[in-house]
Design a protein around this ligand. Structure first.
Ligand code: PMP
Length: 438
């Protein structure tokens, strides 16, 4: 690894000053921990604006953005159609806490595109949707325990902030202060892509497991696709044990394909959690599933969930236009795949030429460059990556105008605004970054 000092270290004086002020006013200076850039060893950039595939920070540095608001901007920043829809909706009022026609239209388009979702409820975040999906699964099955996979993120409800007690004892213990032991104990931890770890838990607790919750493609321990047969086997175990299968498609929903990951892999979950793309860049979450399950929700059933801003007209206006654009432009997913493949191949060539060990995992427009030479199939293998090298890589890219995920365990995202020309520009910057700093 070279130790050369970056030749064109970007100036981030204004961001640094803002961060100092923020640290006095907001815990850790941020409203969501990964924004603090702790794992990449620098202070964060403060974003001033975004357009298409670019963001600008407060110091007027311009970056090609591969975070895309953590995967929520499939059509890029400030897409003109989305902005027009949001402006129009805002001019008619921003919230009513009453029903709107748009909620019905949005529910219609989602249930049409994702057949396992017969009914859907809109909320304000992925966290809220995952938390409620769990309550619903417990009510439907009359059981309390859940299985979650180590490294999969489902937001910050207590039941998900849980680690395995030890490598062999997979009963959950709190992963955050403030989470009661009693709640963590109902979360059982399995290993992604390891069906035996799921089977063992079902054998140990045959009558207690309400649901298995999982990302069908993991995106929160880096991008990790399911191995062939894994999702099918989880589905079978859930069915055999009268447990529900919950797919958390907050990130993969409508990003992988119009039918989401479940369409791509041809698996029918019982409950699906959505977010990100369905809000077109505005705050949203949703959960949906078979009618007989969903009708347990109040007021038709006895499982409670409510929200003043649920089905907010601005988020739905942006989301509806997004889904309309995605479902009427058949070439969008091919464009995303082609650009992402071009980028993946280019990055691999550059890293191979530089003799830097790496594994690139990619599913459609989502990918992670892991600095390791062994396959990454679960959280533990993701942790084998060289995080010091990633830190250097992230900073080198930032110096060259590329904004990658600020963590080795992050996933990079493309949008429809990432054209061939943008990919070529990225690869030139990438080559400079590797040659100069790594
Ligand atoms: N599920 C997944 C797969 C996610 O990536 C996230 C966000 N990191 C969530 C749920 C939580 O969503 P939100 O941030 O909207 O609460």
């Amino acid at each position: 690894m070279k130790t050369k000092f970056p030749h064109k270290k970007i100036k981030t004086t204004k961001s640094q000053k803002l961060f100092l002020r923020a640290m006095r006013l907001i815990p850790g200076g941020v409203n969501s921990p990964s924004r603090a850039f702790k794992t990449v060893g620098r202070t964060p950039i403060f974003i001033k604006k975004g357009s298409g595939s670019f963001v600008w920070d407060e110091d007027r540095n311009k970056f090609i953005d591969y975070n895309c608001s953590n995967g929520s901007l499939l059509l890029g920043h400030a897409n003109p159609t989305i902005i027009k829809a949001v402006r129009k909706a805002a001019a008619s009022g921003t919230s009513y806490d009453a029903s709107t026609k748009l909620e019905v239209q949005m529910a219609k388009i989602i249930t049409k595109l994702v057949p396992s979702v017969e009914m859907v409820r809109f909320v304000n975040s992925g966290t809220e949707a995952a938390m409620t999906a769990l309550r619903l699964a417990r009510a439907f099955t009359g059981k309390n325990k859940i299985i979650k996979f180590e490294g999969c993120d489902h937001g910050h409800a207590d039941a998900f902030l849980v680690n395995a007690a030890t490598e062999n004892n997979l009963i959950g213990v709190p992963a955050s202060d403030g989470v009661p032991d009693s709640i963590a104990a109902d979360t059982l931890i399995a290993q992604f892509n390891n069906i035996n770890s799921v089977r063992n838990l079902f054998e140990k607790y045959p009558d207690d497991i309400a649901a298995v919750i999982m990302e069908p493609v993991a995106t929160s321990m880096g991008c990790i696709p399911p191995l062939p047969g894994f999702l099918e086997s989880v589905r079978t175990l859930c069915t055999l044990n009268h447990s529900l299968l919950i797919f958390d498609e907050v990130t993969t929903g409508f990003r992988i394909d119009l039918g989401s990951a479940q369409g791509e892999y041809n698996i029918n979950p019982d409950i699906t959690i959505l977010g990100k793309t369905i809000g077109g860049g505005l705050p949203i979450g949703a959960y949906g599933g078979k009618q007989n399950i969903m009708e347990l929700m109040a007021p038709s059933g006895s499982v409670y969930q409510a929200g003043t801003f649920s089905g907010n007209p601005l988020s739905l206006a942006a989301g509806y236009q997004t889904l309309r654009i995605l479902s009427t432009n058949k070439m969008i997913y091919k464009h995303l795949e082609d650009c992402a493949e071009q980028l993946e191949d280019g990055i691999r060539d550059i890293l191979e030429q530089a003799d830097i060990p790496h594994i690139i995992n990619r599913v459609g427009s989502m990918f992670t460059v892991f600095f390791t030479d062994s396959q990454v199939t679960d959280y533990r293998s993701a942790l084998n990556s060289d995080t010091e090298l990633y830190k250097q890589f992230f900073n080198a890219l930032l110096n060259e105008g590329i904004y990658f995920p600020p963590s080795q365990l992050g996933t990079a995202f493309l949008s429809t605004a990432h054209t061939d020309a943008i990919i070529e520009k990225t690869l030139r910057a990438f080559r400079r970054a590797v040659n100069l700093y790594l």
